[in-house]
Design a protein around this ligand. Structure first.
Ligand SMILES: Nc1ncnc2c1ncn2[C@@H]1O[C@H](COP(=O)(O)OP(=O)(O)OP(=O)(O)O)[C@@H](O)[C@H]1O
Length: 117
């Protein structure tokens, strides 16, 4: 039996505009914990960062494919997506939706790319 509501958070990689602005990724993810770092601490290289942490059902770091905890499209589909589909096939009402600001990766996360099978 799956929980009624589950929340997953995903971070995408920086886009060209953000890279051109030398933007920093201020989100760190560890298991299902998402932390927001203070950008001033990152820039000044202060190790004792003042972070705000939140626990979600899933936290997906897709910011850098080189990170060991990089979340692939397949992973994002398998964890929250497959259960919802299975529940629907069992006759339960099910809904999955993406929420976030423009350009944050909602369509990408829900639809994938032509290369995804
Ligand atoms: N996880 C990701 N990995 C690589 N590229 C991504 C990822 N998520 C989003 N992108 C890229 O970022 C851009 C914006 O993503 P997308 O169109 O999915 O955003 P959106 O939230 O649906 O935006 P809008 O609300 O404007 O429709 C696209 O070029 C997409 O390919």
């Amino acid at each position: 039996m799956m929980a009624c509501v589950r929340v997953a958070v995903r971070v995408r990689s920086l886009n060209k505009r953000e890279k051109d602005l030398s933007s920093k990724v201020i989100i760190r993810m560890e298991e299902n914990k998402t932390s927001i770092l203070n950008v001033k601490d990152i820039l000044m290289n202060i190790s004792e960062e003042k972070t705000k942490s939140f626990i979600y059902d899933f936290s997906y770091d897709s910011s850098n494919a080189k990170n060991p905890n990089f979340a692939t499209q397949d992973k994002v589909f398998t964890d929250p997506g497959r259960d919802v589909l299975e529940a629907a096939f069992e006759g339960y009402n099910a809904c999955i939706f993406a929420y976030g600001q423009t350009g944050s990766g909602k369509s990408y996360t829900m639809m994938g790319t032509a290369d995804d099978v």
